[in-house]
Design a protein around this ligand. Sequence first.
Ligand SMILES: Cc1cc2nc3c(=O)[nH]c(=O)nc-3n(C[C@H](O)[C@H](O)[C@H](O)COP(=O)(O)OP(=O)(O)OC[C@H]3O[C@@H](n4cnc5c(N)ncnc54)[C@H](O)[C@@H]3O)c2cc1C
Length: 414
Amino acid sequence: MDTDTKRIVVIGAGFAGLWSALGAARKLDELHMPTDQVEVVVINGTPYHSIRVRNYEQPLDDTLVPLADVLDPAGVRRIQGIVRSIDLPNHRVGFESGDSSTQWIGYDRLILAAGSELARPAIPGLHEFTFDVDTFEGAAKLHAHLLALPERPEAPGRYTVVVVGAGLTGVELAAELPARLRGIVGDNASAEVRVILADRSAKIGQAMGGAQPVIEEALRAQGVELRPGVSLEAVTRDGVQLTGGEHIDAATVVWCGGMRANPLTAQFPVSLDAFGRVPVDSFLRVTDVPGVFAAGDCARILIDGERPSVMSCQHSRPMGRHAGHNVVCDLLGLAMLPLCIDWYTTILDLGPWGAVYTEGWERRLASQGEAAKQTKRTINCDRIYPPSTKQREDILQAAAPVVQAPPYTVRGAD
Ligand SMILES: Cc1cc2nc3c(=O)[nH]c(=O)nc-3n(C[C@H](O)[C@H](O)[C@H](O)COP(=O)(O)OP(=O)(O)OC[C@H]3O[C@@H](n4cnc5c(N)ncnc54)[C@H](O)[C@@H]3O)c2cc1C
């Protein structure tokens, strides 16, 4: 690389990182900026963009988008590596790639988009004996374990799954599992299938406003046993211990206890929020750290000027597109665009029963059942994917710093 070439480095290629890199490439293209003057580099742990929101589903074959198909046509350089250090004073990032030695890459501007990971509190047995759907690998491991259950010797709880944590991920997984497990065990053993959803809240789906009764109805209709008001005390190879002394025999325990920002945020000299996120302004600039932007689950922005962003694909994608656009503007001394999203929706999959769609921060019910399921399918299989054409124009066009309209749904149906 020419020593005069400016470099924008993006850490992570999830919903925020992929769209940050493409947003930057789009702006550079619009400015007719040659790549020997400004290059965009993405460092990601895998060669894929993972459609992480689908990890409660099976099969997951379509959820890994090769980064080469999207970044190469856009002229973005890829590095497969794990970032370990961010050296802010020297404007460089240290990463491990292949062997375990650290390599360094300098930057003129940096975007942190390393996402989040499942919070794992120090509950006995949690690390050793629980499964998760936080990553593609975690979801694949859980599914392989479920497929192997019929080969195990008969034992109490062989076909019992306890899902702990009834946030959005826990509910979506619990709603999927009865039908998935029955498909695995076959007709003879399907009566032995038990799926239990446990949460410390007084009600399952407590934070879901107008959707709460719908969630309970859908889960019960599919035979999911609900255990609100309990905490997980311990996990063993054979089951769980809940508060109040209840022991449940279970060959499968899935932990869905919430997300925390990537630990790289701890390397920033800023106050992190309760989720471990760095504060960013409306242009996605990290507060008091010049030249560094952050987007997605790593960052906390006041998304409508008042409320903090939610760790979600819904917010990560527009945060990424704006961060990418703004990082180029900042580098070249152009005016930046503030991000402001004045709508919020939650669309929760409820398995074969359907789905539920709410609007607003108080979560007013907009649609449910098959109508909401159709919306969820469109989101999971189309809306949140990058273009599959491998055409530069399509990819750059999709990276424009615009806020999409809320997903369409048929109201009042079902
Ligand atoms: C099962 C499930 C269902 C969900 N459902 C929904 C939903 O319905 N709606 C919704 O809006 N959100 C949903 N979410 C949340 C959503 O997936 C996240 O909020 C979103 O993925 C955040 O995007 P991100 O780009 O910030 O992080 P991620 O998508 O996690 O991407 C981070 C990227 O950074 C890479 N990376 C991490 N650390 C490093 C490192 N040190 N070096 C290099 N690369 C690194 C990772 O490999 C990854 O590619 C769901 C999450 C899960 C797990």
